[in-house]
Design a protein around this ligand. Structure first.
Ligand SMILES: Nc1ncnc2c1ncn2[C@@H]1O[C@H](COP(=O)(O)OP(=O)(O)O)[C@@H](O)[C@H]1O
Ligand SMILES: [Mg+2]
Length: 250
């Protein structure tokens, strides 16, 4: 046994909940990793996220679903239609859904407090895209550090001198990294894009990148693993389908 495979055996794997995916990434996401799931609208990013948290419920692992796009009620209807009934798990406090309004003050504090609560084994942020397009408000403080308060739009005028997207994303990814949680962060891609994320940055900050795509003329859906820390994987697109129960490898 070489040093590499010895190290591999030490990495705990977190099951993705998706039939077929675990098998091509050595059993699941590396424990405490952050995986970016990117794709155009309708490619299955939210369904991927539901499945990841549902697997946690089955394993008695607490999950957090943070969304900037949709109100919780709509998400629960969408997920129930697919066969994910989160209601009793919510009542049992095994999973928490939280909608964060991007236009509201204190969005960062709310988000970071949830992430840093230490309660959750699995965290989903669906999607990071609105955040990457939000302006940064305020300035660096005297220690040359960006204060949390600097993000509160009511206190500061927008600062157009800061590298906006990078700061937002780095801030969130750093928070996720500092926890014991394993995370999935989704990112919207325009149809036919060859990018890994719309912001062009998240893929460098994340430990893993999974691309979801589809070919409407062929009525085919695909999933490709483009990056996964400490994992041997192919780059080849895998055929998938979406049906009741979520995403399945064909
Ligand atoms: N029960 C179902 N059977 C088959 N396909 C479904 C079902 N429910 C949803 N879908 C497909 O999944 C898509 C939505 O996936 P979703 O995860 O919400 O996409 P995204 O978050 O990437 O925008 C729908 O556009 C539809 O094509
Ligand atoms: Mg979605």
């Amino acid at each position: 046994m070489n040093a590499y495979s010895k190290q591999d055996q030490l990495i705990k794997r977190i099951s993705t909940g998706i039939n077929g995916l675990d098998g091509i990434i050595e059993g699941g996401f590396p424990n405490k990793s952050i995986t970016l799931v990117s794709g155009p609208p309708g490619s299955g990013k939210s369904i991927f996220s539901f499945q990841f948290l549902y697997e946690g419920i089955i394993k008695n692992e607490k999950g957090l679903f943070l969304t900037l796009d949709k109100k919780v009620e709509g998400l629960l209807i969408q997920s129930k239609k697919l066969g994910f009934n989160f209601k009793s798990a919510i009542e049992d406090k095994l999973v928490k859904f939280r909608f964060l309004n991007i236009n509201k003050k204190l969005i960062y504090e709310s988000m970071i407090n949830e992430i840093l609560s230490g309660e959750f084994k699995r965290i989903v942020l669906d999607s990071i895209t609105p955040l990457s397009e939000m302006p940064i408000y305020g300035n660096y403080n005297e220690n040359n550090k960006l204060d949390i308060s600097a993000f509160n739009s009511e206190d500061y005028p927008p600062n157009t001198n800061l590298p906006i997207r990078r700061l937002h994303l780095q801030y969130i990814i750093n928070a996720l990294e500092s926890t014991e949680s394993t995370s999935v962060v989704t990112s919207e891609l325009p149809m036919g894009s060859s990018l890994f994320s719309r912001d062009g940055i998240s893929e460098f900050l994340a430990d893993g990148v999974i691309i979801l795509s589809f070919d409407p003329t062929m009525n085919r859906r695909k999933m490709s693993v483009m990056k996964m820390r400490n994992t041997k994987h192919t780059l080849k697109p895998h055929d998938i389908e979406i049906k009741e129960g979520g995403i399945f490898f064909i």
